[in-house]
Ligand binder design. Structure first.
Ligand code: HEC
Ligand code: HEC
Ligand code: HEC
Ligand code: HEC
Ligand code: HEC
Length: 427
């Protein structure tokens, strides 16, 4: 009798365990319609305020993004430079990450115009918080990822919101503890793109450094920092410790304060007779991936200037390898540094026919890769000649640009150089 009671109890326990798991298994409701950010923001006001300012919150309405897709310039004229200039009759993969809702609904690539006209909500609160899993698909043999969002992302559309808390109670939606939301793999669904080249490599670059012990933080720890006062995360919610509240600004290459955290610069000079040798060390101290990151248009420029006691520029004798490439701007307009002593840190793409810079969608090869890895220092040397024996002044400036200047000029895009750091000395 006792035995039977024991087995009945065991059976009941197993049944309840199974049904608990069944409850916890994410269910995707294909008829669910994503809510607007405004709706979520009615209660999550701080989140809405922050997220609306972010680049991710602006896409697909970010003009630069659209103009690179439709191959138009800032005036709206077709200039052929961009995805549609080369592939007028194909949708392209651009909507995959910029309007993931419409692509996942369709189950295949969609045209960006169709996605926008079809009412895409972009990368919305509800999109991110109803993702239940992200898979990384990597083929050891070919060394290539499969980054197609229709295969990497598992959705659980419906009234359950996935997040990091585990004990959250909301009057209008259920909540579910989601460990993936606290991991870099969550961001990898979009910050990794395998085309002919690994055209967006940020996640892979982070992973390499993380596995090597050079980086210990997840993307969220730097790009969704915690802090401020203890406070509720929603109207009507209890006060939570600041350490559990994550900023939704997603600051990156468009935010001067973020960019300034990334690098330090050290400058040394030797002056003997009429020769001057300048050495510059740039170290990636703040980013969890290369600087600049894994998107091909981002670039960092070190500009080295040397002048004599009269303020006259010294003659540069170091040859072309010590000078900046055409991608730093040609033509003598302000901010054009091609031919000037210095170094560019970037990973520009090119085509066989000589198009530079190319996009991930038409690139055949990497022109050069001088990005600086986490913790690494780039060392560069510059040689000058001076005609008088007085002291010389050396100035070095490290600039960040979210796109190459020649492309910005061609497109009519306005960008302001961000001064990451600047050093000066007299020798
Ligand atoms: C795998 C996801 C993914 C795909 C596919 C994708 N993008 Fe992006 N796109 C991103 C991410 C992530 C960023 C931000 C990159 C960064 O800053 O490191 C970005 C940034 C951009 C930017 C820079 C915007 C700015 O304001 O600086 C442009 C332009 C752009 N994408 C155009 C395109 C075009 C055109 C296509 C299609 C040919 C495309 N993207 C396909 C994920 C993607
Ligand atoms: C009527 C108010 C209200 C609305 C509207 C609302 N929420 Fe919430 N939400 C809450 C409250 C209250 C909590 C729990 C607060 C707590 O426990 O500290 C919460 C918790 C959450 C959590 C945390 C889940 C976890 O376990 O980590 C997420 C994520 C979330 N909401 C996302 C959303 C999204 C996305 C929307 C829009 C589709 C939305 N919320 C709409 C009130 C709301
Ligand atoms: C659904 C796709 C998607 C997901 C998920 C995603 N991103 Fe993004 N992210 C983008 C796109 C697209 C852009 C570029 C938007 C633009 O400029 O038009 C971007 C831009 C950014 C930027 C650059 C902002 C700037 O100032 O240039 C940062 C930082 C960023 N994302 C961090 C993250 C982090 C951290 C995560 C994970 C918690 C994440 N992203 C998840 C698609 C995504
Ligand atoms: C690009 C994806 C993405 C978007 C868009 C997004 N979130 Fe989040 N959200 C996250 C991630 C990831 C976390 C967890 C970060 C962690 O714990 O490391 C999070 C955490 C939260 C939390 C839990 C509390 C906290 O601060 O950690 C709430 C509530 C929340 N988000 C609401 C929102 C609302 C409301 C919006 C829209 C205004 C929104 N989110 C937009 C990715 C996103
Ligand atoms: C240790 C902190 C740290 C970690 C971890 C980190 N980042 Fe960054 N990230 C930075 C800093 C600092 C910058 C500004 C420098 C720059 O733009 O290169 C930056 C820039 C960016 C940018 C802007 C454009 C650019 O130049 O690349 C994107 C997008 C981005 N990070 C995404 C990610 C993603 C995705 C992850 C995780 C796979 C991640 N970051 C991990 C600190 C970090």
């Amino acid at each position: 009798m006792h035995k039977q009671a024991f087995f009945t109890a065991l059976l009941m326990a197993i049944i309840s365990l199974v049904s608990l798991q069944a409850n916890a298994t994410p269910v995707d409701d294909p008829n669910y319609e994503y809510k607007d950010n405004q709706y979520c923001g009615g209660c999550h006001q701080e989140k809405l305020k922050e997220y609306s300012q972010s680049m991710m919150g602006k896409t697909p309405h970010d003009k630069v993004f659209q103009q690179f897709y439709f191959a138009t310039n800032a005036k709206g004229e077709f200039d052929g430079f961009g995805y549609k200039g080369l592939h007028p009759n194909e949708p392209g993969d651009c909507a995959n990450c910029h309007t993931p809702d419409k692509v996942l609904d369709a189950g295949h690539e969609v045209d960006l115009k169709a996605a926008i006209d079809g009412g895409s909500k972009g990368i919305s609160c509800d999109y991110c918080h109803t993702v239940s899993d992200v898979k990384l698909i990597y083929d050891e043999k070919s060394g290539r990822y499969d980054t197609d969002i229709t295969r990497t992302v598992t959705r659980a559309r419906g009234d359950t919101k996935y997040g990091p808390l585990g004990d959250a109670k909301s009057p209008v939606h259920k909540t579910m503890l989601s460990p993936i939301h606290t991991k870099s793999e969550f961001c990898a669904m979009c910050h990794l793109n395998q085309e002919h080249l690994l055209s967006l490599s940020t996640y892979a670059d982070w992973k390499k450094s993380y596995d090597a012990g050079k980086v210990t933080k997840q993307c969220q720890e730097c790009h969704m920092p915690t802090g401020g006062k203890d406070r509720p995360i929603a109207l009507g919610g209890k006060v939570r410790p600041a350490s559990s509240i994550h900023q939704h600004l997603f600051h990156g290459g468009h935010d001067p304060a973020m960019v300034k955290k990334a690098a330090t610069l050290e400058l040394h000079a030797k002056h003997s007779g009429n020769t001057v040798t300048v050495e510059a060390d740039v170290t990636n101290v703040g980013a969890g991936h290369t600087i600049p990151g894994g998107a091909t248009l981002r670039n960092i420029i070190l500009v080295v200037e040397a002048t004599d006691s009269q303020g006259k520029p010294l003659t540069h004798t170091g040859g072309r390898k010590e000078t900046l490439p055409p991608l730093s701007g040609k033509g003598g307009k302000p901010g054009d540094y091609a031919g000037h002593p210095g170094k560019m840190f970037a990973r520009p793409f090119a085509t066989k026919t000589g198009m530079v810079p190319a996009g991930g969608f038409n690139a055949d090869h990497i022109l050069f890769d001088t990005r600086i890895w986490p913790g690494d220092t780039d060392h560069s040397v510059y040689h000058f000649k001076t005609s008088d024996s007085g002291p010389v002044s050396i100035k070095a400036t490290l600039l960040y640009r979210w796109t190459y200047k020649p492309l910005a000029d061609k497109k009519g895009w306005k960008q302001t150089d961000i001064i990451m750091t600047r050093k000066q000395l007299t020798e």
